[in-house]
Design a protein around this ligand. Structure first.
Ligand SMILES: Nc1ncnc2c1ncn2[C@@H]1O[C@H](COP(=O)(O)OP(=O)(O)OP(=O)(O)O)[C@@H](O)[C@H]1O
Length: 630
């Protein structure tokens, strides 16, 4: 029994110690902004001491009123205490108003600092795999977001903690006034208000935890909301008649989120009577104890007045202000930041990078014995893959859906790291190269290339953002890739914003966007990138444009190593060399004719595509297929 009590006391002490450490850490976030912090501290001090001072001045006024009525003192003697009370009220209001503004500033700066740190932590690993993990994404969003409706940022938590600290100072100052009449009343009121506060906090914490636990449901509700209102998806939803289904999925998800919370709120509300009883008892004591003291002693009325006013000021501590919400929500953000710090420690930073000036241009790339499985995945994408990209060659990579072609491009870009094996560039392993330098040697067109809501010129220039001002280069590339024809049909030509949401903005067709993505890659090549990787670059192009594309690659990407991933025979057959991926390795390798002669899977692809093409265009049967996927 004794040991259980001792153990319980130890656990409680440890919990309090942890809470104190956590709260000090919140206060420590305030460091670094001396000027605003000094103003914040001054306004807090003024606002915290004002209630006790007003209570004292109130007593002073009562004593002067007694003098006027009992001793016939001139009414002008009331002027001084009245002026003091008015001045204190003014100071209190001014302090509260300044405090609000400065808190906003200080919290914003803390949040800015933390967002910067979160960005640095999240980009510490070289690749992007970790960003695709939902747990990491949740930590990143929790550590740096400012919440949806609720203010949940670390900055708000820090300023909230300061407010809470000064609310305690205010309660102690008022308790000191009460203690002049009745020290036990002062102690009792403090205890009662702290107890009320602790009870409400516990209830609030249960709500906050339940809210955090149900966050995935809320995220899904928001996802369905966005899906129903955003351009492309909204079109499909209307055309397939999915609106009803979407609404019911959204409502179900919302119920899963809100109903348990509503039940918890009701259960908390139904237990509020303890708090009401405690508040009522403390309020009654605040009136009765000074009143009874006056009856039994010669306590002056001024002291009685000050005591009652101060007693109610002490009880203010029991109420939960907005700062309590800020602290509880923001605490979780600081916790998420700690988890990110632990997850991406400094030693994950890229080890002393080797400048890649020694890597010849265009680079020879060697992939050796590569093994890779996506986190959480069961199948190996690569299983002992060996592959070379020779300097200046056009290498086509083919294979069935899911064979690992896009993964290969992502890995060559250093965005994901293999489980085993090595990718080396000019003899240097990729991890030993400076990633910034290496990425400046790569131009990529992904299957779903980004559509930036910037001007058409900027959409091209982002291939080599350090040369964004090279208008001549942009114009040249636009002309060579056929984007100039697109620009001519736009209201502001190359300067047209590529988003319907912007003034004079326009959108493009899928094929036109693909041309822009190619122009972006060509602009990158124009500025020295010497490994061009194209993932399904012709999927949206018509036959004429595809023929132009092959000419462009030949002309613009001269002296550059090119890796093309495609299911189209008409695209692949122009390559210097073709490799076919199967079961995580190179299964077939050679020129188009060599692979046809081999009679393997490539030969089957070719046969199927040719047959399909013959079915569709009997007049051209026998030619290579155009625009048919494997
Ligand atoms: N981010 C990811 N997380 C988990 N698995 C992934 C991820 N991306 C791809 N995969 C899986 O890895 C395998 C290879 O995918 P990859 O996109 O590289 O194939 P691909 O050859 O480019 O396919 P496609 O021809 O359809 O474009 C597939 O089985 C795919 O499901």
């Amino acid at each position: 029994m004794t040991s259980t009590v001792v153990k319980g006391a130890r656990t409680a002490t440890a919990r309090w110690r942890m809470l104190a450490v956590e709260r000090f850490r919140l206060l420590a976030l305030l460091h670094g902004d001396r000027g605003p912090l000094a103003v914040l501290l001054s306004s807090h001090t003024a606002a915290a001491l004002a209630p006790a001072a007003i209570a004292l001045c109130g007593g002073w006024l009562v004593s002067r009123i007694s003098d006027v009525s009992a001793l016939g003192a001139p009414p002008s003697t009331l002027a001084l205490p009245l002026t003091a009370i008015a001045a204190l009220l003014l100071v209190e209001q001014a302090a509260l108003s300044v405090r609000g503004d400065v808190e906003f500033l200080v919290a914003g700066r803390i949040d800015g600092r933390i967002r910067g740190e979160v960005r640095r932590l999240a980009t510490r690993p070289l690749g992007v795999e970790h960003l695709a993990r939902t747990d990491v994404a949740a930590l990143v969003s929790r550590a740096s977001d400012i919440g949806h409706g609720a203010r949940r940022s670390p900055g708000r938590a820090a300023t909230g903690q300061l407010t809470l600290t000064f609310r305690l100072v205010a309660a102690l100052a008022s308790a000191a006034v009460v203690a002049q009449v009745s020290p036990p009343l002062a102690a009792g009121l403090l205890l009662a208000s702290l107890l009320m506060r602790a009870t409400i906090r516990r209830q609030w914490l249960r709500l906050a935890h339940a809210d955090t636990e149900r966050q995935p449901h809320l995220d899904r509700v928001r996802y369905w909301d966005r899906l129903g209102s955003q351009g492309a998806a909204a079109k499909e939803i209307r055309l397939f008649g999915l609106s009803r289904w979407l609404t019911s999925v959204r409502v179900d998800e919302e119920r899963r989120w809100s109903e348990p919370l509503r039940a918890l709120r009701l259960s908390i509300l139904s237990r509020q009577h303890w708090i009401y009883l405690l508040g009522f008892g403390a309020g009654a004591a605040a009136l009765l104890v000074p009143g009874l003291t006056v009856l039994g002693t010669d306590l002056p009325h001024s002291a009685l007045f000050s005591c009652v006013v101060a007693a109610f000021a002490v009880l203010q501590m029991g109420a939960m202000g907005i700062e309590a919400f800020d602290i509880e929500y923001g605490r979780a953000a600081v916790g998420a930041l700690d988890s990110l710090r632990a997850r991406f420690p400094t030693d994950q930073e890229h080890p002393a990078p080797t400048p890649d000036t020694a890597v010849p241009s265009p680079p020879r790339i060697q992939v050796r014995d590569l093994t890779f499985t996506y986190p959480g995945g069961e199948e190996k994408v690569f299983d002992g893959l060996d592959l070379d990209i020779r300097p200046g060659e056009v290498l086509a990579v083919v294979g069935r859906n899911g064979a690992g072609k896009t993964t290969l491009i992502t890995m060559l870009g250093g965005l994901i790291e293999p489980d085993a094996g090595v990718v080396s560039v000019g003899g240097t392993p990729l991890p030993a190269l400076d990633p910034t330098h290496w990425r400046r040697r790569i131009a990529v067109v992904f299957q779903s290339a980004n559509r930036y809501p910037l001007t058409l010129a900027d959409n091209i220039a982002l291939g080599a953002p350090e040369h964004r001002d090279d208008r001549a280069g942009i114009t040249r590339v636009a002309a060579a890739t056929g984007v100039d024809a697109i620009a001519r049909a736009l209201p502001l030509g190359l300067d047209t914003p590529m988003s319907r949401d912007l003034t004079d903005g326009r959108d493009l067709s899928g094929g036109q966007w693909q041309k822009v993505a190619l122009a972006r890659a060509m602009f990158a090549v124009h500025h020295g990138r010497d490994l061009l990787m194209l993932d399904e670059p012709t999927a949206h192009l018509d036959v004429r444009t595809e023929i132009d594309f092959h000419r462009q690659v030949r002309d613009l990407a001269r002296g550059v190593s090119v890796l093309i991933v495609s299911h189209r025979m008409s695209t692949v057959r122009h390559a210097d060399r073709i490799v076919l991926l199967r079961d995580g390795r190179v299964a077939e390798e050679g020129s188009h004719d060599e692979l046809l002669a081999l009679g393997g899977e490539y030969h089957d692809f070719h046969r199927l595509q040719t047959a399909r093409f013959a079915e569709n265009s009997p007049s051209t049967a026998g030619n290579d297929a155009e625009g048919v996927g494997t």
